[in-house]
Ligand binder design. Sequence first.
Ligand SMILES: [Zn+2]
Length: 225
Amino acid sequence: MYNHSVIALEKHTDMTNHSGKQNYFYPNRMGRVVLLAMEEILGHAGGNAVLNLADLPEYINDYPLYDQDLKYPFMHISHLQAGLESEYGPRAGHGLALRVGRACLKYGLREFGSELGLTDLAFRLLPLQTKLKTGTEAFAALFNNHTDQKVRLETDEKYIYWHIERCPLCWERQAEGPCCHLAVGLLQEALFWISGGKYFEVEEKKCIACGDSTCTILIDRSPMG
Ligand SMILES: [Zn+2]
């Protein structure tokens, strides 16, 4: 167990707005996706332990509803990631956060698949680079249109840059290195799905929690192997 006090100090600041920053939200069903993915990876008891450490016991056996109401605070997402690190230590917590992020895709597609519009045969037949472009744009639009998270895409010859300009994953956190592991895991799995089974290198290079202006995740456009 590590750093319980870090979480305790920040507890329930989401509703008080003490920092003067505006409060931002995911829709309930996206919060539910994250909690279902966490339970899949950690098991029911492990998930409950993290919810307790993250000072979010209200979600134990009571996940948010399947609706679009913007009521799941960014703070709760960043607390979950911090809770994983508290429960398992920074290193193992990092690995588990990646796995939870990957598991989010399956539950996310159940909820948001039709909005993404990437499931028809025509999409499957596009060339790989077109699929990557169209696919990442669809995922970015999902966040931009349905949540308070803001994503901007940029592309060069080698990389797609996934810039999170308002990031729930590290919301009000300070860290020595990039810490938005859930987003990295989700992107890894999303790219695997978009490409029809290829692995891509995905790495967070900048993070608001480290003082950068964006959380920037680089996606290597060439599949591995
Ligand atoms: Zn971040």
